[in-house]
Design a protein around this ligand. Structure first.
Ligand code: SF4
Length: 332
């Protein structure tokens, strides 16, 4: 592993098979994550971003590939091949915040029990008084009133519930958090509060985030690097500034043209995508995007583009990446 990286995802594939039908949910995804960074993963619903996040925390076992992780003790481990003992160690260091703050909390548990659950699972010998103290401290840190912790989740609003989910993920002091659409179920004003909270906690606890979202304006605000996924493949990956100002993949250009801006004077021509996202059980030949791409050429229909580095740290899977002049997101 590169010494600056905390995580290296190498050629990860995830296939689901049911009744002789195989769905390629994630195909050959590779990227690197430096410690303390936020990586945004974007794409339409069904593009495989959540499956990728779940493979990284090993909620799903990837079908192929490697996920190398540098532990707090400096040991390098291939996450996907780690045995039970090593997984126990890694699970303390990598946690997840889920999309739905309603279904991700057990309605029969008090908030205190919910926040303490990871402590009970990972530190079974810890005295209850110590667990209570840590849970209350963490509740206060995420802006929850510790005196309300004996209540049940139904007594809290959506934003407060997501704070409970954040407290549960952070209470064991992890190093990496996979945020799976962590703010999409919230109202816009609450989204801003939760995003600011995540940014503050990142600085305070030196966290690394993998931020999965379909909302590009949120991703631009929070991320250092961005990966764009289409039909299970990573089609573009680079610094947020590179991706937003000079995209090199036509799919990224189309996504950026659809970012809403709350300014009536900002007029931008939207690039409509033709048709629907193809069936991942029967993807198109060549470039998976060719049926919807307005820059498609003959080669695109038959040959899958290689994922290449077009400038330092900027990777693209497009045959025409070096010749196209694509439009970025220029609203500042
Ligand atoms: Fe479009 Fe061809 Fe590039 Fe695919 S490889 S994104 S079809 S130009």
């Amino acid at each position: 592993m590169n010494k600056d990286n905390i995580l290296e995802v190498r050629h990860v594939h995830k296939r689901f098979t049911s009744k002789n039908v195989t769905v390629k949910a994630v195909t050959d995804v590779s990227f690197e994550v430096k410690a303390g960074q936020t990586i945004g993963i974007v794409g339409e619903s069904g593009c495989g971003k959540t499956t990728l996040g779940r493979c990284i925390v090993r909620a799903y076992n990837a079908s192929e590939g490697e996920v190398w992780y540098r532990t707090a003790a400096g040991e390098e481990l291939d996450f996907l091949k780690a045995d039970k003992k090593k997984m126990k160690l890694i699970r303390k260091e990598i946690q997840m915040i889920f999309q739905d703050p309603y279904s991700s909390l057990d309605p029969r548990m008090t908030v205190l029990d919910i926040i303490e659950e990871p402590l009970k699972a990972n530190f079974p010998d810890m005295p209850k008084a110590k667990m209570d103290e840590l849970a209350k401290d963490m509740a206060a840190k995420v802006g929850l009133n510790p005196t309300y912790l004996m209540r049940y989740p139904h007594a809290f609003s959506g934003g407060q519930r997501q704070r409970i989910g954040i407290a549960r993920a952070l209470v064991i002091n992890p190093r990496i958090i996979v945020c799976d659409e962590a703010v999409s179920a919230l109202d816009v004003s609450i989204q801003a509060q939760v995003i600011n909270l995540l940014c503050d906690l990142q600085k305070e606890m030196n966290l690394t985030y993998l931020f999965i979202s379909h909302d590009l304006s949120v991703v631009e605000h929070i991320s250092d690097r961005v990966g764009v996924m289409y039909l299970g493949r990573m089609v573009e990956y680079g610094d947020t500034e590179q991706i937003f100002s000079h995209p090199r993949h036509p799919y990224t250009e189309a996504l950026l043209s659809a970012v809403p801006v709350a300014d009536p004077n900002y007029q931008v021509e939207r690039i409509p995508l033709k048709g629907e996202i193809p069936n991942p059980a029967n993807p198109p030949s060549g470039c998976y995007f060719h049926e919807r791409c307005s820059y498609c050429c003959e080669q695109c229909c038959t040959e899958s583009p290689a994922y290449i580095e077009v400038e330092p740290g900027h990777y693209v899977a497009c045959h025409r990446a070096n010749e196209l002049e694509l439009r970025g997101f220029d609203y500042k």
